[in-house]
Design a protein around this ligand. Structure first.
Ligand SMILES: Cc1cc2nc3c(=O)[nH]c(=O)nc-3n(C[C@H](O)[C@H](O)[C@H](O)COP(=O)(O)O)c2cc1C
Length: 311
């Protein structure tokens, strides 16, 4: 152990990008109340020919939206020119790093050969990356990938392919595209990346508790970074707890839900905000049928919070 710093304190923790959930309001609220996160991933920007970004994508990059946070913008594209233009835009907005999405398993994305659809065509992926890295990039580029399209057996070759490029780090969601979000996970795929000395590998997939993270560190002591998504929705204090901090207090959770609701009601509409809160609360509610029923019936933010904290 170096200078009294525990492994948990040195572990870098990314908040996973989750489209439709981890917007600026959630990121800022999370940082203010719970903290413990080193980098917040921004949900993907779906690049187009015209390079016009959606309002939510532009807002995501606005410096005031991310004040005080370290964030990682992300692109979804299979076009090197689109990516290059977007990287310059990201750089002009003041960011130093950006991420390439090779992990999205949604059929509407993969059937166009984007996201994890690119993993199905290694030759096309290689040509794409050759062109991406042919010129000096204005920001450093990382990649977020799955371990194959159909089968985890694709990973060793895919890993060799991706490792040939100077990505600043590689986030590995240890599932195939076919496995979507709930199929089996393959932690050994991450260990292989560590053993092959991939530049800064980041483990991602089903880290829900402090124990899950400890177990990962025990099985792979070289783990230097993890990305957590749904685990942080279920327990927003998870990253803080990993670093030895306190569990989420009742007042904190109340403040968390209320701030999210008020932020979303202001940004969208109270009805939409309530819908989003209910969706988010499904994660901490887990398999608690009674809580879920109360939540379904709740028609105010107060009733939702009561369902979560008092039921
Ligand atoms: C609703 C939802 C939206 C997501 N959106 C994105 C996204 O925009 N970009 C991305 O790279 N991954 C996205 N993901 C995948 C997560 O970042 C993460 O890789 C995945 O949930 C596995 O991590 P976890 O088990 O810690 O949640 C999304 C996942 C969910 C559930």
């Amino acid at each position: 152990m170096e200078s009294g710093i525990s492994r948990e304190n040195r572990l870098k923790i990314y908040f996973a990008p989750m489209e439709g959930i981890t917007d600026g309001i959630l990121r800022q609220t999370h940082h203010r109340i719970f903290g413990g996160i080193d980098v917040y991933g921004l949900p993907f920007h779906k690049l187009t020919q015209t390079l016009s970004l959606l309002t939510r994508e532009e807002r995501d990059l606005a410096p005031e939206e991310n004040e005080g946070l370290c964030v990682l913008p992300q692109a979804l594209t299979r076009d090197p020119e689109q990516l290059s233009a977007w990287l310059y835009y990201v750089s002009e907005c003041g960011y130093a790093c950006a991420d390439l999405n090779l992990g999205c398993p949604s059929p509407t994305v993969t059937k166009r050969g984007r996201g994890s659809g690119m993993l199905r065509e290694p030759d096309a992926l290689r040509q794409f990356l050759d062109r991406v890295f042919a010129n000096t990039l204005p920001v450093s580029l990382s990649v977020k990938t799955r371990i194959g399209y159909e089968d985890p057996g694709e990973w060793p070759e895919l890993l060799d392919l991706l490792s040939a490029y100077p990505f600043s780090h590689m986030t590995i969601h240890v599932r195939t595209t076919r496995e979507q979000y709930t199929g089996g996970i393959h932690p050994e795929a991450f260990t292989l990346a560590v053993r092959k000395h991939v530049q800064h590998p980041v483990y991602n997939g089903d880290l829900r508790t402090v124990e899950d993270i400890r177990r990962l560190q025990e099985s792979c002591p070289e783990t230097e970074a993890v990305m957590i998504g749904r685990g942080l929705l279920a327990d927003p204090a998870l990253a803080r707890r990993v670093r030895g901090g306190a569990s989420a207090g009742r007042d904190e959770l109340q403040a968390w839900y209320m701030a999210l609701y008020e932020g979303w009601a202001d940004k969208f509409h109270p009805t939409i905000a309530l819908g989003r809160i209910k969706k988010l609360m499904e994660w901490p509610a887990g398999e608690d049928i009674r809580r879920k029923r109360l939540l379904r019936r709740a028609d105010t933010i107060e009733a939702c919070i009561d369902a979560m904290l008092d039921a």
